[in-house]
Design a protein around this ligand. Structure first.
Ligand code: HEC
Ligand code: HEC
Length: 459
C-alpha cells in the first residue's frame, strides 16, 4: 500500500465520521436487523416448509450405509479413493488428519506464503492456480460421490479414473507449480490442462457409471400419511393370508397353507393382547412355525423398521376400537360411479386391485401366473389369459370368479380350474359392480377413455 492510497482511505474514513455513521452503534444495529431478518426467515422456512424426517433409525439393520451431508461428500469420496491406493492407502490417519490438515493449513497460510503485493490477478497466478485446482477437485468429487469406487463386477476402470481426478492430476499439478515457480506461462498451461483433463475424465466416469436404482423409502410424517402408507404395505404383504380387513380365519389360495385356521388379526383378542412393540416383533420375525414368513429386514424380509411401524399404525387405527381414525384417512377407495358411468383402470380398477388382489397376483408367487400390477398384465397374463377378460362378455372367467362362481376344468368337470376370487373373502357388491362395468364396456385405461364411453350426464 503506498502513501497515496493510505491518504485516500483516511479521507474516506473522515468523511464517514463527519456524516455521523459510527461502527458502534450504527453498523452493529444494521447487522442486528439483518441477522434478525435471516433468523426469522429460517424459522418461517422450518415451520412452513421444513425438511421431512428420515426413516427411523434401526440399530439392528446391518445393511444401512451411513453417508455424510452433501457438503462433506467430496471428503468422503476422497477418503474412499485414497483407501484404494497401494501401501499408503492403509495408513488411515494420513488421509483423515494429515492431508486435510495440510490442505487447510496451506489455504490459511497462503496469504503469508505468497506475499505478492499486487492485486491484479495476472500477477497472482500461483494462488489462483492452486485455488482453481482445489475447487475444481472439490466440485468434481462431490458430483462423482454417488459413483461406486469399487465396481460390483470387480472392474477397476471407474475407480482408477476417479483416482486420477481426485488425487493424481491435482498432485502432479501442485508439484509442477513448484517446479515452474517463476514461469507464469507454464503455470497457466499446467492449470488449464489439469482442469480440462479432470473435467473430461469425471464426465467419462459419470457417463459410464451404472444406473442407480431409485430405492428411496417414502417417509410418512403425518398420521394420515402413515395410515395410508401402512394400508398400501398391508395390502401387498398381508392381504394374501389375513384378507383385506384382517378377518380371515381360514387361509385360502396360499401355497402351503391351504385350509390353515388362524386367529383373525382384526379381533380384540389379537389387538388387545399384542402391544406395539410385540406387534413389531410379530411382523418382523413372523410366525415361522405357523407359516407366516419374517418381514423385517433384520430377519431377511423386505420391510424396514418404519414400514413395519406404518403397518402397525394402520391396523390400530382401522381395527382397534381404542383408537379413533382421523376423518381424512377414511377417504373412499375410488370415486362413486353415477348410473351408467364407465370406470377406468387409472381411477377405479387400479386402487381396487392393489387393495384386494396384488398380494397374491404379483411376481414371485408360485401358485399362479396371473400378474395384476399393470394394465397390460391384468389384460394379458395368466394361464387362462384368453378367457379371463373378454370385452363385453359376462362369461369372462374374471367376472365369474369375483362373483363367487368357480370355473370348473372342462376336461375334469369335478375339478376346479379357478377358485373364487379373492379366495379368502367375497368382494363387496359395489366393487364387483365396478369390475363388471369395466369389462362389459371394453376395459378403458384412462379416465378420458372411460368418459368417452359413458353417457353424457343429463343436466
Ligand atoms: C403367508 C401367510 C401370511 C402372511 C403373508 C402374513 N401372515 Fe400373519 N400370520 C400367518 C399365520 C399362519 C399366523 C398364525 C396365526 C395363529 O396362530 O392364529 C399369523 C399370525 C399373525 C398375527 C397374530 C399373531 C398372534 O400371535 O396372534 C399377526 C398380528 C399377524 N399375523 C400380522 C401379519 C401382518 C401385519 C402381515 C403383513 C406384514 C402378515 N401377518 C402376513 C400367516 C401370514
Ligand atoms: C389369497 C390369494 C389371492 C387373492 C387375494 C386373489 N387371488 Fe386370484 N388367484 C389366486 C390363485 C392361487 C389363483 C390360481 C387359481 C386357483 O388356485 O384357483 C388365482 C387365479 C386367479 C384368476 C385366474 C388366472 C388365470 O389365468 O388362471 C383370476 C382371473 C383371478 N385370480 C382374479 C383375482 C382377482 C380379481 C382378485 C382380487 C379381487 C384376486 N384374484 C385375488 C390367489 C388369489
Amino acid at each position: 500500500m503506498n502513501d497515496e492510497t493510505k491518504k485516500q482511505i483516511n479521507q474516506r474514513y473522515e468523511r464517514q465520521l463527519d456524516k455521523g455513521e459510527r461502527f458502534w452503534p450504527d453498523t452493529i444495529f444494521k447487522d442486528l436487523i439483518m441477522s434478525l431478518a435471516i433468523f426469522t426467515l429460517l424459522i418461517l422456512l422450518a415451520t412452513f416448509i421444513g425438511i421431512p424426517a428420515e426413516p427411523k433409525a434401526d440399530p439392528s439393520d446391518t445393511s444401512y450405509i451411513p453417508r455424510p451431508e452433501w457438503y462433506f461428500l467430496f471428503l468422503f469420496k476422497f477418503l474412499a479413493l485414497y483407501g484404494q491406493l497401494p501401501i499408503i492407502g492403509k495408513i488411515e490417519w494420513l488421509a483423515t488428519v494429515l492431508i486435510p490438515g495440510i490442505a487447510i493449513g496451506v489455504l490459511t497460510l497462503l496469504p503469508f506464503i505468497e506475499k505478492n503485493p499486487n492485486r491484479y490477478y495476472g500477477k497472482r497466478i500461483l494462488p489462483i492456480s492452486i485455488m482453481t485446482i482445489m475447487v475444481t477437485g472439490i466440485i468434481l468429487l462431490t458430483l462423482m460421490s454417488e459413483v461406486p469406487t469399487v465396481a460390483e463386477d470387480g472392474s477397476k476402470l471407474l475407480g482408477t479414473l476417479q483416482t486420477l481426478v481426485g488425487i493424481f492430476i491435482p498432485l502432479t499439478a501442485y508439484i509442477l507449480f513448484f517446479a515452474f515457480k517463476s514461469n507464469t506461462r507454464l503455470m497457466l498451461w499446467t492449470t488449464s490442462l489439469a482442469v480440462v483433463s479432470m473435467i473430461l475424465i469425471s464426465g467419462t466416469v459419470l457417463a459410464l457409471a451404472p444406473e442407480k436404482q431409485a430405492e428411496e423409502t417414502e417417509v410418512a410424517t403425518t398420521l394420515v400419511d402413515q395410515i395410508f402408507a401402512g394400508q398400501d404395505l398391508y395390502s401387498i404383504h398381508c392381504t394374501e393370508c389375513h384378507g383385506d380387513d384382517g378377518s380371515v380365519a381360514v387361509i385360502q389360495g396360499v401355497e402351503g397353507l391351504e385350509g390353515e385356521k388362524i386367529t383373525p388379526i382384526n379381533s380384540r383378542d389379537v389387538l388387545y393382547t399384542i402391544t406395539d412393540s410385540a406387534m413389531y416383533e410379530v411382523i418382523a420375525y413372523g410366525r415361522p412355525n405357523a407359516g407366516m414368513p419374517p418381514f423385517g429386514k433384520t430377519y431377511g424380509g423386505e420391510l424396514s423398521r418404519s414400514e413395519i411401524d406404518y403397518i402397525n399404525v394402520f391396523m390400530r387405527y382401522m381395527w382397534d376400537d381404542r383408537f379413533e381414525i382421523p376423518a381424512e384417512a377414511l377417504k373412499p377407495l375410488f370415486p362413486p360411479l353415477a348410473t351408467g358411468e364407465v370406470p377406468s383402470y387409472d381411477v377405479h380398477i387400479q386402487p381396487i386391485v392393489k387393495r384386494y388382489c396384488i398380494s397374491c397376483h404379483r411376481a414371485g408367487k408360485e401358485n399362479n401366473n396371473y400378474l395384476m400390477t399393470t394394465y397390460e398384465e391384468i389384460l394379458f397374463t395368466g394361464d387362462n389369459a384368453a378367457n379371463n377378460i373378454i370385452a363385453g362378455d359376462e362369461g369372462s372367467y374374471f367376472l365369474q370368479v369375483i362373483q363367487e362362481h368357480a370355473i370348473m376344468n372342462p376336461e375334469k368337470p369335478e375339478e376346479e380350474l379357478i377358485g373364487v376370487m379373492p379366495p379368502n373373502r367375497a368382494l363387496k357388491p359395489n366393487i364387483v359392480d365396478v369390475f363388471f362395468r369395466w369389462i362389459m364396456n371394453g376395459m378403458p385405461q384412462t379416465a378420458a377413455e372411460a368418459q368417452a364411453l359413458s353417457p353424457t350426464p343429463v343436466p
